[in-house]
Design a protein around this ligand. Structure first.
Ligand code: SAM
Length: 302
């Protein structure tokens, strides 16, 4: 029998024009550049298998050249189709449509995981982190970006009584439905509870203000932000964390990715039959469509 796991709400990007609506030509070169600087500084020199959760259309995927194999996971099938059209259908990249709260993988198979601009959409942080820890090998590196409620703009607005919530209290604030800001101490505690050790934290995007971006060149803002990132002053709107999965180092996972999937409902191994993966315990079937493993929902009975 299949036990239903908790299903928190998902911020659904299916069919979204995220790339053209938010990034391309939208005056966010500064944000993109400083995020890449933070990411590069935190990524290990080399790795075997990286899972990028909430990869979207693959904006940051070209930063992962230090890994031999990259699995792009997103709940949105259409975002993954876009990523695939940019990155190609090669053995180096695997595309997986699935819910981060129910990762369709065997335990301990990734030595790297990234979660960037995604956890701010998550109402159940402990569950998301527990899932990530489950699929990571001990000693593996997790890079997390989160939206920081204790940022300078929020502190000033709070002091001027133009914002009802306090940037100093630990609980997450949901400023728009399924959009959360987190306190650095809240995130630190959640990471520790999920069996991670924090290795480094970088405040990012200090100058994310329209006025500043209008009057100062991107290179200057980027250079100033880059210098501030290494101060560890966690008062920027975005924070990048490098954490290590606790525990005795586990042997590195080997084998083709298709043998590493597990049923998102019950965790049992899956067997490939043509263009479907079949759960060896309960018979649930998942499609492989256009080169994308689709775990969003099992196929209905033929
Ligand atoms: C703001 S976009 C960020 C995309 C990419 N990481 C970037 O920085 O460009 C958030 C992405 O997270 C995905 N997402 C949100 N909730 C998810 C969940 N529960 N499981 C998997 N993906 C999720 C969305 O589909 C979307 O593509």
């Amino acid at each position: 029998m299949v036990t239903q796991k908790p299903r928190p709400p998902i911020c659904d990007y299916e069919g979204s024009d995220y790339r053209t609506r938010f990034w391309e030509g939208k005056g966010r070169d500064y944000e993109d550049r400083v995020e890449r600087i933070a990411l590069r500084s935190l990524l290990p020199d080399q790795g075997q298998r990286l899972l990028e959760i909430g990869a979207g259309y693959g904006r940051l995927t070209n930063e992962y050249s230090r890994y031999q194999q990259v699995v792009l996971l997103d709940y949105s099938f259409s975002q993954l189709q876009h990523a695939q059209s940019q990155l190609g259908l090669t053995p180096r990249f695997t595309y997986v449509a699935a819910d981060a709260y129910r990762l369709p993988f065997q335990p301990g198979i990734f030595d790297g995981v990234t979660l960037i601009r995604v956890i701010h959409h998550m109402a159940n942080v402990p569950l998301a982190l527990a899932q990530i820890r489950r699929v990571m090998a001990s000693g593996g590196i997790f890079i997390l970006e989160y939206a920081n409620k204790r940022n300078l703009k929020a502190i000033i607005r709070h002091a001027l009584r133009r914002q009802s919530w306090s940037p100093f209290t630990l609980e997450p604030v949901e400023f728009v439905e399924l959009n959360f800001d987190f306190h650095p101490e809240y995130m630190r505690r959640e990471l520790i509870s999920a069996r991670f050790t924090l290795l480094a934290q970088r405040p990012v995007s200090f100058f994310r203000l329209k006025l500043l971006k209008n009057i100062l060149p991107v290179w200057l803002l980027t250079a100033a932000d880059s210098a501030l990132q290494s101060t560890g002053l966690l008062y920027a709107p975005s924070v990048f964390v490098r954490a290590r999965a606790d525990g005795a180092p586990s042997p590195r996972a080997t084998g083709d990715i298709s043998t590493l999937f597990a049923c998102p409902e019950c965790g049992a191994p899956l067997e490939q039959q043509g263009d479907t993966l079949v759960c060896t315990r309960d018979g649930l079937r998942y499609a492989i469509r256009d080169g994308i493993y689709d775990f969003k929902a099992p196929l209905s009975e033929p």
